[in-house]
Design a protein around this ligand. Structure first.
Ligand code: PMP
Length: 356
């Protein structure tokens, strides 16, 4: 079997070393004669896995002790609703509208209170990140989408929100670079792009906020339930958490977040370099806000885009079609995408341009 070069936006490429390790251990975890999918979530073997996943993430991402790391279900989409459900309580919250994912968060916020759109890049088709964002004094929190997976724009600096908790949806760029976690009230992410398979959502939350969450909600929708029980109130997605643990091992073995980030920067800039060489390819994001995770670009016309995607697929490069809502092309190059994979794409792009 030849392995494809996987540019899917999510679920996405995982480190091959992680997949191999999971394959080796699939039938018998650490020689116990049982699969990780067959053991109790209360067993000491699973306990070691979930604790290691949490501890390693805390160490790699430098998550301070006054933050809880939770492994929840329902995807980042459930967090769109669960956050305002817990913290809005009929009040008002600030949201920054940077595209498709921010909009979904906004829609859910409106269910529970007043949503104040403090900044938006809708005027330019969500091609940039608004700057100088001012927080409202009475806001319960400010919500941002650190990387818009569809639009290919990413915050390089986050807004200053003083005492107002900053909540960031980092679904498509968690652990791709160092961030100062202490500047955030909450960071959340579906795992299926940068840190594992689908089925588990990581929520990193400041402990004082957990306490402030609405305590009249059904048990599963209160953060305190999951914090108090170490994400084991009910049966968690054991296999997904196991893979997250292996991905943390992999990041560690590869030098940590800074080392991974350096490669991420290198991968992104090689593709942007090809895009910027002449006017055949056009990047859709403002240069200063370009994502290092999702590179979005257009070709001179839609026929050429279709041909590009078709020929790339034939050459073993999968998932380069832009999101159906915006068209064009998109190369998602998460942590696990190799430098070689990106070099192959760059070479293909140059040749395609020459031939077409
Ligand atoms: N936020 C962002 C930035 C995303 O890219 C996605 C998924 N593509 C989501 C939220 C939704 O995540 P989920 O499918 O885990 O609910």
């Amino acid at each position: 079997m030849t392995k494809k070069i996987n540019f899917y936006a999510g679920p996405a490429v995982l480190p091959q070393a992680v997949m191999k390790k999971a394959q080796e251990e699939l039938l018998s975890l650490n020689g116990i004669g049982l699969s990780v999918m067959e053991i109790s979530h209360r067993s000491k073997d699973f306990d070691a896995i979930i604790n290691s996943a949490k501890d390693k993430m805390r160490k790699l991402y430098e998550v301070p002790e006054n933050y809880e790391i939770m492994f929840l279900q329902g995807g980042a989409s459930l967090q769109f609703g669960m956050l305002p459900m817990n913290f809005l309580k009929g009040g008002s919250a600030d949201y920054v509208n940077t595209g498709a994912w921010a909009k979904k968060a906004i829609k859910e916020g409106k269910v529970f209170g007043n949503v104040n759109i403090v900044a938006s890049s809708e005027d330019k088709n969500f091609s940039y990140i608004p700057k100088d964002i001012k927080v409202s004094k009475d806001a319960a929190y400010m919500h941002v989408t650190s990387n818009e997976t569809i639009g290919g724009i990413q915050y390089k600096e986050f807004p200053q929100t003083e005492d107002v908790p900053l909540i960031a949806d980092m679904s498509s760029d968690i652990l791709c670079r160092k961030v100062d976690v202490s500047k955030f009230g909450v960071i959340y992410a579906g795992a299926q792009k940068n840190i594992g398979p689908s089925g588990v959502t990581v929520v990193i939350m400041r402990k004082d906020l957990i306490e402030k969450g609405d305590d009249k909600l059904t048990t599963m929708l209160q953060y305190r339930t999951h914090a108090e029980k170490g994400s084991l109130y009910n049966t968690p997605p054991c296999f997904s958490i196991y893979i997250v643990k292996l991905v943390m091992d992999w990041i560690e073995e590869n030098g940590g977040i800074d080392a991974i980030n350096k490669i991420n920067e290198q991968k992104a800039s090689s593709i942007y370099e090809v895009i910027d060489d002449g006017d055949y390819y056009k990047g859709t994001a403002a240069k200063e806000d370009r994502s290092i995770m999702n590179v979005t670009f257009r070709l001179p016309n839609e026929e050429l885009e279709a041909k590009f995607i078709k020929e790339a697929t034939e050459a073993g490069m999968i998932g380069l079609k832009g999101h159906r809502s915006v068209g064009g092309c998109r190369a998602s190059i998460y942590n696990a995408m190799t430098l070689e994979g990106v070099e192959t794409l760059c070479k293909f792009m140059k040749e395609f341009k020459k031939n077409n």
